[in-house]
Design a protein around this ligand. Sequence first.
Ligand SMILES: Cc1cc2nc3c(=O)[nH]c(=O)nc-3n(C[C@H](O)[C@H](O)[C@H](O)COP(=O)(O)OP(=O)(O)OC[C@H]3O[C@@H](n4cnc5c(N)ncnc54)[C@H](O)[C@@H]3O)c2cc1C
Length: 369
Amino acid sequence: MASAALGLGLRAADTFNGGELAGAGLLESNHRGGERYSAFRAFLKPVLHHPNLTVLTGAHVLELLWNGTRAAGVRLRWQGRTLDAPAGGVLLTAGALQTPQLLMLSGVGPRAELSRLNIPVRVALDGVGAGLQDHLAVPVITRSLVPSLDSGPPAAALARYAWNRSGPLSSNVAEAAAFSHARPGLRADEDPDIQFHFGPAYFRDHGFQTAPGAHFSVGPVLVDVHSRGRLTLASRDPLAPPVLDPAYLTDERDRQSLVEGVRQARAIAAAPPLSGLRGAEVLPGEGVRSEAALRAFVAQECATLYHPVGTAALGDGDGAVVDRLLAVRGTQGLWVGDASVMPRIIHANTNATAMMIGARAAGFVAAAL
Ligand SMILES: Cc1cc2nc3c(=O)[nH]c(=O)nc-3n(C[C@H](O)[C@H](O)[C@H](O)COP(=O)(O)OP(=O)(O)OC[C@H]3O[C@@H](n4cnc5c(N)ncnc54)[C@H](O)[C@@H]3O)c2cc1C
């Protein structure tokens, strides 16, 4: 896809991590030994036996413990028991959906929201749960005239992976990417609004829908997000999931970006060298051409790329939840070190930034305690 995207006028990018987000090329990924390599395996597993570290798996934190407005540990459910784990400070890293839930269950959040569920207000912070943003992906899928990952791996690829865990089966499926300016009126010196993910497979509805034959996908992903949603509590039960209103596409700019992104994805799939490998377009489908039809297609098919952020945002203003050292405002001994703190969603996949936030948070906590 990277070569085909050059036909859109995009330049070739050696890396997307060099400070400038532009062009087409290959993504860097957390890969080792032919498979994805998680933060747990990279950072936690090597120190699991350290004497000052205790790891409880399958534990569910229910709420924070307090000494006034100072965080003094957590209450958790583990192996059928409720335990208190006192601590000199707490670094919350439950992610953008559960960190705000835990804060609210512990009395830190919008006064009206807490009062609605009769949760005593410890620190009123309107920004908790507000500002939710996410990346949306739309499938643009074409039949492939050559074997693809979804048409069954050729025996040679299987043998290669079994031999030394390399080759096509070691792929994370979406290795090629491109960033482009799609929305009419978006200036070239502004950040791109669309990221394309290329996958040699049929990717729709999170992979739950499949189709016979070989395909490739050039999926436009909205990365310049303007819509903002909200997360609230369904109940005081810490085991009940929170209520999400992602407010997808409520800002007209987001819809425009994705409609134009679909048009650009089609152009990439029709440009050499992909043009020589392509069969019929499957999605949106040849008949879906008009502005109205494309808008309806985007609304129908868009899906989360699993990048929620912004529900405990960093900043100096009224809506901010954490300060520049990631400490929760109005409290002591409490920090947030996950994707919740992004004040606005970044213009690319969120994992590396979430890891960096965690690393910085660890440093801030170590310096403070
Ligand atoms: C299917 C999928 C694919 C993705 N692919 C990519 C990708 O290719 N590239 C990329 O850049 N990003 C990708 N992401 C996004 C990336 O994984 C996230 O941005 C990143 O993990 C966010 O990190 P975090 O620390 O904020 O939260 P998380 O990684 O979600 O960590 C939160 C942790 O807290 C735990 N937790 C939550 N509540 C409680 C509680 N009450 N008690 C105890 N533990 C709790 C959760 O179990 C979880 O382990 C993907 C996400 C998903 C879901």
